[in-house]
Every structure is written in C-alpha cells, then in structure tokens.
Design a protein around this ligand. Sequence first.
Ligand SMILES: [Zn+2]
Length: 300
Amino acid sequence: MTFKMFPAVVGLLLGFCLGCIPGLNEHLHWNLGFIIPFSGLVFGSISATIGFFICYRLNVKVDMEEIVILTTAAVLGYAAIDYGIYITSTITVSKIEGLRDGVYRLQNLMTFAQYMKWRLGSSSIGYVGINTKLFKMGTAGTTISYIADLGGAFMGSFLSLLYNIRIYPYCDQCLKFKERAKKLTIFVADTENQGSNILDNIRDLIKKGICEDLVSRCEQLSNEHGVEKGNVKIIIDHRFCPQCKKASIVGSVFKLTKNRWTEDRKLGFLMNSQPHPFAENSSSSCITTTSTALRDLAAQ
Ligand SMILES: [Zn+2]
C-alpha cells in the first residue's frame, strides 16, 4: 500500500466504525426532503478533511489522482456504514417457521447482498415532515434516496478537498506542504469603498511582483485596521516552503451578512514567489514572483 492509499483506507474504516456504533448508526442517512443528502455531505466532508490532513502530515500532494482516491474512499466509506450496521445489528425473531424465537445477528440470517436488497427495497422508511405526516417510499424512492446520499458523500469530499488545496499550498519542487510564516487580519467598512480600495492596492502590489512589498503593506494595514469593525474581513495567510523558502500569500475575503461572515471567493487573491537565484540567504528572499487568481491555486 502506498502513502497515497493510506488516507483512503482511513476514510473507509471511518464509515465502517460509524456503522458499528449502535444508536449513532441510525442517524447516518439523514436527508432533507429526500433530496438534499445532509448526512452524505457531512460524512464526505469529514472523511476528505481527515484524508487531506494525513496527506499534509505525510507531505503527499493532493493532486488529481489523490482527489479521485479520496472521493472514492468517501463514497465507499459511506457505503461501509451499512456494512457496519449489517455486522453489528441483531433482530428479534418470533413465530417464524424453521427458526426458534429469539434474538439473532443479522449476518446469521442473511448475506450482506440480501440485506442491502431488503434495505433498498423497503417501503417502510418514513419521513416525519413539518406536519408530522409520515411519507412512505417504495423501492425506487429508497434507492434514489440512497444514491443521493452517496452523491452527497462525493460532493462533500470533493468540495472539502478543493477548499483545503486552496488554503494549504504545496511546493512541487521540494514535495512539501508550505508552513505558515504569519497570519494577518484586516477589518474595513465597505460602505466607504475602503475595502475595494485596499483590495485594489493589494492587486497592484501583486502585479508589481515583489512579495516582500505585499507582506509589509499587509502588516501595515493589519496594524491600522486590526480591530474587528466594519463589514469586510481580509485574512492573509503567508506561507513558505521549509526547504526552498518559496512563499505563497493566500488572501481570503469575507463579508458580514446578518451577523455571519461569508467568504466571497471571487475577491480572494494569491501570490507565489520563487527564492531569488542570487540571494545569499534564500530564507529572506521573496523576490521573483508570479501573481494569479485563486482559481490558479486550485489548479496547482
Ligand atoms: Zn520548496
């Protein structure tokens, strides 16, 4: 097993172990209105986040191949919940021909394939709505709902991986994740175009290509606007490769709406740098720089 597969195995085990926990395993197939696979999205997101941080610890790049491995593991892990339920569930048998009355392990009464056929064919799965009416689903409805759950696990894991790839840049040259040098926060009010002006200023510095200038300007802005007020929050995460010192400055912009900070992905920014080839001390160099939008980071 390669390092690339190890995080995926953890995702699979996570699903199986959750399925083995009595009480909890009954609540792992929640969806809203049969369509929105709430449990699938949450499981996929948690499974992929754990997988990503194992990759981070092992310095394994989360590239397209690893995304395919981790999203597949999230979907299979979600399906493994049912295997955990099948392995650990018991059923009370009463007055059935050929069987003594008593409590039996499900696995002693049927195969896993039979259990899944029974589970997906069941029309007894109900949903208590706003008016506490019970809706019953037939085989098709139950199967579609189950497929939607698996789709939710896929989407949850995929989106979670894209998010983590964006905020944890990787050095392809040294095969290492970059470490945080500093994190700065700027609060401004958008009503006076203060936020737009600051973001324009940051983009101009990115175009000029000197990341030391961008970092020192952000430090100055953080000192002047570090107190929480206004409705725009800019978080600047300055990271560097521990080996070649190549830096990445990841900017995330949040807006305050109804007392809740929501990220505006379109306003985010990224600046990557290379160590200056003639610098005596590469740890302090941050000079030859390429600038790009956040979407380019996701494509790395
Ligand atoms: Zn490096």
